[in-house]
Design a protein around this ligand. Structure first.
Ligand code: 16G
Ligand code: MG
Length: 550
């Protein structure tokens, strides 16, 4: 076995020293922090990506440079495994360890130990495809990444400025090229062609949908939505707003999917554009999350979040599977997290199996893989639909016995092409929503009326140490601090339709409190009272207890 190219790593690593005062963590969404401190992380991620590829026999690994919905001064990086999925979780801690080695020598020793322990055959080839979003810090970070790739001798393919889901698509397309599982042409053109061809077939017998307003968060989704619109041509027209990708500070600022979800408001930049009765949607900064909304006839803003998307899409797929005569052999299931609105869970559970898992895409994705067709969405708008290999084969081989069955199967096959099954994809999900609306002849109002959201409130609590919070039961119950869950339970019992849970954030140094109740003021009160319990329990000084915590 050949060894690590120590000389080249050493020389290049010296150009990318680790800042001494920072501890990096590869969290649920990769490394994410202030862009100005990330140079050494990107260099080391380049090497790690090369090693991951070698470990997987030269399969192409993806690297995405983005900080999603975070403000413009932040950036981040995450790795994508060969089938377009998130990095296998056992490697997350290796990423963290390598990123924290304090000097070049320490880094090289850590690499040597890792290569030995993980039994990586260094003589294998290494291939990496990478991309970045529109952040101004992107190009310098990408060049640090490229130094890492060079240091380990990996072949790099630069996919340029693109969305996170397109990068995931490319990874899967590259690795399945020429096989029975070929995912599509490994180019952006291949991506747009695949999605829009499927969309055109799915809506061909339906009236042209009314134009859709898209809030592009002033991010990379603006470029992608513009290209998508070209491929869609007359089939469907997109009205793009918040497309200022070069205006300093504009990215995700008072717009985008995260803004809409957290403030439950229409971005003010759209208030003079959207008309009563019209629907629109917001992408986030890397276009992997989607929030819909519409103005009702009185001009009231109504948000249609990931739960509403899950309800719409899952019920539609269940209907198609039944219409195809496949309901005995293809089982559809839904995966949500504790943040799913209770009303959505009730609506879905009346129609199909629903599973609740911990927050974070990888948990949802893996749980969805256990169904023949697994629909997963987080309330925040990240989600997709997975069709198992068996299901794809069944659909391909099926002999329908009536014209109605044949149409339904055709629709299902086209859905497998329309949906980006590697990861949540705002643009693919948007086309999916539009297909269902067209088939059901629904506008925003009809969709919104599938169920009525229970009023809810999300509150953050800053505590001395969030790591003392331990949860079980898909984050719905606390086991530590001991005794706190009992107090929460007795409080929740006092509210009609009350539900509340507490979990430490995986992306911010806070504890999050979620509460739901039948009446909005009660949901707010419950959230703040639980927040107060968290604050007092964990050594918060009562004198400085935030006054809204009652
Ligand atoms: C990350 C996760 C997202 C989750 C969010 C929760 C990925 C790619 N993203 O953004 O799924 O909803 O974290 O954040 O896994 P929190 O832990 O701060 O509440
Ligand atoms: Mg995102």
């Amino acid at each position: 076995m050949s060894g690590l190219p120590v000389a080249s790593i050493k020389e290049l690593s010296e150009k990318h020293p680790k800042p001494s005062d920072i501890k990096f963590t590869y969290g649920t969404a990769g490394f994410r922090t202030l862009a100005s401190v990330l140079d050494s992380v990107l260099f080391r991620v380049g090497i790690l990506a090369g090693l991951r590829s070698k470990k997987l026999d030269g399969k192409t690994i993806g690297v995405m440079v983005t900080a999603s919905h975070n403000p413009e001064q932040d950036n981040g990086v995450k790795l994508v495994d060969p089938r377009g999925e998130m990095l296998e979780s056992s490697w997350e801690s290796h990423a963290t360890t390598l990123s924290n080695a304090s000097s070049t020598d320490e880094f090289i020793s850590a690499l040597e130990a890792f290569v030995r322990d993980a039994k990586i055959d260094l003589s294998k080839p290494a291939r990496v495809v990478y991309a970045m979003d529109t952040r101004p810090s992107g190009p310098a970070l990408v060049s640090a990444l490229e130094d890492g790739l060079r240091a380990i001798g990996a072949d790099g393919r630069n996919a340029g400025v693109t969305t996170t889901p397109i990068l995931h698509y490319l990874v899967r397309a590259i690795n399945t090229k020429g096989t029975a599982e070929a995912y599509g042409d490994d180019s952006e053109d291949g991506y747009y062609t695949k999605l829009t061809n499927a969309f055109k077939k799915l809506v061909s017998a339906k009236p042209t949908p009314s134009p859709l307003l898209i809030d592009c968060a002033n991010g990379v989704g603006a470029n992608a939505a513009k290209k998508l619109a070209e491929y869609l041509g007359d089939t469907f027209s997109l009205v793009l707003e918040n497309t200022s990708i070069t205006a300093p500070g504009a990215l995700n600022n008072a717009c985008g999917a995260d803004f809409v979800k957290t403030t439950q408001k229409l971005p003010s930049s759209l208030s003079n554009i959207i008309k009563p009765g019209q629907r629109g949607c917001s992408l986030d900064g890397d276009a992997d999350r989607l929030m819909y909304f519409h103005l009702d006839d009185r001009g009231q803003f109504r948000m249609l979040d990931g739960d509403k998307i899950a309800a719409l899409v899952a019920a539609f797929i269940v209907e198609l599977v039944k219409a195809a005569g496949l309901d005995e052999s293809i089982k559809v299931g839904v995966v949500q997290t504790a943040y799913a609105n209770g009303a959505s869970t009730k609506y879905l559970a009346e129609r199909l199996p629903v599973k609740c898992v911990s927050t974070g895409v990888k948990h949802l994705h893996h749980a969805a893989e256990h169904y023949d067709v697994g629909v997963y969405f987080e309330a925040n708008g990240h989600g997709t639909v997975l069709f198992s290999p068996d299901t794809l084969a069944k659909l391909a081989d099926y002999q329908p016995s009536t014209p109605a069955q044949s149409t339904a199967v055709e629709h299902l096959v086209n859905l497998t092409q329309l949906i980006n099954q590697t990861v949540g994809d705002a643009l693919s999900d948007m086309l999916l929503v539009e297909v269902v609306l067209a088939h059901k002849a629904y506008g925003g109002l009809e969709w919104d009326s599938l169920y009525v959201d229970l009023p809810n409130r999300l509150v953050k609590v800053v505590v001395a140490d969030r790591h003392i919070f331990k949860t079980v039961d898909a984050e719905r119950r606390l086991t530590s601090p001991v005794g706190l869950q009992d107090k929460i339970d007795s409080l929740v019992g006092k509210y009609e339709g009350g539900r509340s849970f507490v979990r430490p954030s995986g992306t911010e140094d806070v504890v999050r409190v979620y509460a739901e109740a039948v009446v909005k003021s009660q949901a707010d009160e419950l959230a703040f009272r639980v927040a107060g319990l968290v604050y007092d329990e964990t050594g918060g000084d009562p004198a400085t207890r935030p006054k809204e915590f009652l």
